[in-house]
Design a protein around this ligand. Structure first.
Ligand SMILES: Nc1ncnc2c1ncn2[C@@H]1O[C@H](COP(=O)(O)OP(=O)(O)OP(=O)(O)O)[C@@H](O)[C@H]1O
Ligand SMILES: [Mg+2]
Length: 293
């Protein structure tokens, strides 16, 4: 396990070594998060590297990544802990008839019968982990309230067992797609990072990082086209994930240029709605045709 980073440059270098090219604000917030023991809330559109940031951070720090994927209806039993009912039942059945309830009860509500879910696992880990609470906007507000308590005190109370204090403090990364407004109380406790589609040069570097074999001029043309497409009014603009997929596809097909024909054949890698396909074909496809003519 490596020590905490000493500078913003160090963390940027470490993330890069883990395959993540952080922009200036990302590196800064990541650095502050590791040094100030504050959770980071990362918001932004789909596919801009929110989840990947947490993964790269864990790799760089040599820590385990504990991931909690949020969804509607997620509750404490799935996120925090749950009693292992089957095991409890077996324990009761295995007991000889003469044993009183009080003795069995003491026993079956011990830690041995507890199933630690990601949040409990993260704070009870012997060595500190990176805790990724992914897509928090998908969970309900009540869940957020429970989370707040955990994030401010780093302890939980289990009625039958009492208070369990954290044995290590995780670095916490929360991500949100902005599908609903998060509570002020949550935001107040977190450092905030807004991740957007990157600048052209930054995206070019990311694409090259993922597809080093792709021809330099093709890679540049690719990010230029992607940024043109993002300016159209689409249902789902292509993200970094799509740029990377497109680069891989072009590399595999051995494309030496993105000519109108190549574009037509491969544009479903980057645009994934029927109506968007029409718009992109009409606007960008035609433009490529004109410049090729
Ligand atoms: N700065 C970056 N450096 C390297 N790779 C990146 C970067 N940003 C994004 N990527 C790549 O883009 C892809 C999408 O990233 P990720 O899954 O983290 O997106 P996300 O923001 O979590 O999306 P969603 O909201 O859909 O979950 C991944 O393959 C990731 O490796
Ligand atoms: Mg994600």
């Amino acid at each position: 396990m490596s020590a905490l980073p000493e500078s913003v440059e160090e963390i940027a270098g470490g993330l890069l070594a883990a395959g993540y090219l952080a922009g200036d604000s990302t590196a800064l917030v990541a650095y502050l998060a590791t040094r100030l023991d504050k959770p980071v809330l990362v918001e932004g559109p789909a596919g801009v590297g929110k989840t990947e940031l947490a993964k790269a951070l864990a790799t760089f720090l040599g820590r385990d990544l504990v991931r909690l994927q949020c969804y509607e209806g997620l509750d404490e039993a799935k996120a925090l802990y749950e009693w292992n009912y089957r095991k409890q039942l077996l324990r009761i059945q295995a007991e000889s008839d003469g044993t009183g309830w009080s003795e069995v009860q003491d026993d079956i509500f011990g830690e041995e019968f507890l199933l630690a879910r990601p949040l409990l696992a993260a704070i009870s880990s012997a060595t500190p982990v990176v805790l990724l609470i992914d897509e928090i906007d998908k969970a309900d507000q009540e869940f957020e309230a429970m989370l707040l308590e955990l994030l401010s005190d780093f302890q939980i109370t289990i009625p039958e067992l009492g208070r369990i204090a954290a044995s290590s403090q995780p670095i916490v990364v929360l991500t949100s797609n902005n599908s609903r407004e998060l509570t002020e109380a949550l935001k107040r406790r977190c450092l905030y990072l807004w991740l957007d589609y990157p600048e052209l040069e930054h995206e070019l570097e990311i694409v090259r990082l993922h597809s080093p074999g792709l021809d330099e001029t093709v890679a540049r043309k690719l990010v230029e086209i992607i940024s043109q497409i993002r300016e159209l009014d689409l249902k789902k603009p292509p993200s970094i994930a799509e740029s990377i997929d497109w680069a891989r596809a072009l590399l595999l097909l051995g494309a030496s240029d993105i000519d109108p024909e190549t574009f037509r054949q491969t544009m479903s890698v980057i645009v994934k709605h029927r109506t968007d396909l029409d718009t992109v074909a009409a606007r960008v496809g035609v433009k490529l045709q004109e410049s090729a003519a």
